[in-house]
Design a protein around this ligand. Structure first.
Ligand code: 13P
Length: 252
């Protein structure tokens, strides 16, 4: 199956104006310097979206946000709506990241509601799932990830508007990664859930990214796996050289 690789950077809560703009410019220059076959996405914090959008001008790098509310507008102090993200030029929004599931007690049901809202405003979603260390050690990885995929995706999602990211919680920011076999096992299980939910044709087209301590040195191994269609990168996306080296090493 010919799925376009995605290299996505999740900047998380990092970057003041000057450094955010200069990182975006550096990434833009490096991406433009060579012909590349993958799709790049950068997801800065809300505060930098407009400035980063400007810095990405003239490149094909897509802009993404890291969360949104499910409502178009209204009395939701401190929240940002999908309509606002569209208005700023976002193409993607990350939803259901484990840091939001943990820090903000987001349930898969709530995430599903956000996914639906994001799609209705023309955003594409990167929907994250992943098990904790405790869940992995007790043999629940496949069950946990399958359940999160089933419950976080509303009816009618398509490969054209949805990307899944498998991010084991214990691999995020720790330097630890699952073995390639473990990654492939979870990705294949997720593809199976998608097949049941959406039918084989959509499931085969939908991209499933791996995230969790991806760096230039492990990019080739992780991104050459059968069901791995790219990476969602945290720490290494904050250095333009590393972010681009991941794509170079993955051969995209
Ligand atoms: P790290 O690449 O820093 O482990 O973070 C992964 C992640 O959470 C991306 O969303």
């Amino acid at each position: 199956m010919n799925r376009k690789m995605m290299i996505a950077g999740n900047w998380k809560m990092n970057g003041l104006t000057a450094e955010g703009v200069s990182l975006a410019k550096e990434i833009t220059d490096k991406v433009k310097a060579k012909k590349r076959t993958c799709e790049f996405v950068v997801c800065p914090p809300f505060t930098l979206l407009s400035l980063v959008k400007k810095a990405l001008r003239g490149s094909k790098i897509a802009l993404g946000a890291q969360d949104c509310h499910w409502a178009e507008k209204g009395a939701h102090t401190g929240d940002i709506s999908p309509a606002m993200l569209r208005d700023l030029g976002c193409e993607y929004v990350i939803l259901g990241h484990s840091e939001r599931r943990a820090d903000h007690k987001e349930s898969s049901a709530l995430i599903g509601k956000k996914v639906e809202a994001a799609h209705s405003f023309g955003l594409k979603t990167i929907v994250c799932v992943g098990e904790t260390l405790e869940q992995r050690e007790s043999g629940k990885t496949i069950d946990v990830c399958s359940k999160q995929v089933r419950e976080s995706l509303p009816e009618g999602v398509k490969a054209a508007n949805t990307v899944i990211a498998y991010e084991p919680v214990w691999a995020i920011g720790t330097g630890k990664t699952p073995t390639p076999q473990e990654v492939e096992e979870v990705h294949a299980a997720i593809r199976g859930v998608l097949t049941k939910k959406l039918g084989k044709s959509e499931a085969d087209k939908m991209r499933i990214l791996y995230g969790g301590s991806v760096k230039p040195s492990n990019a080739k191994e992780m991104l050459s796996l059968e069901d791995v269609d790219g990476a969602l990168i945290g720490g290494a996306s904050l250095k333009a050289d590393d972010f681009i080296a991941i794509s170079d090493n993955a051969g995209c």
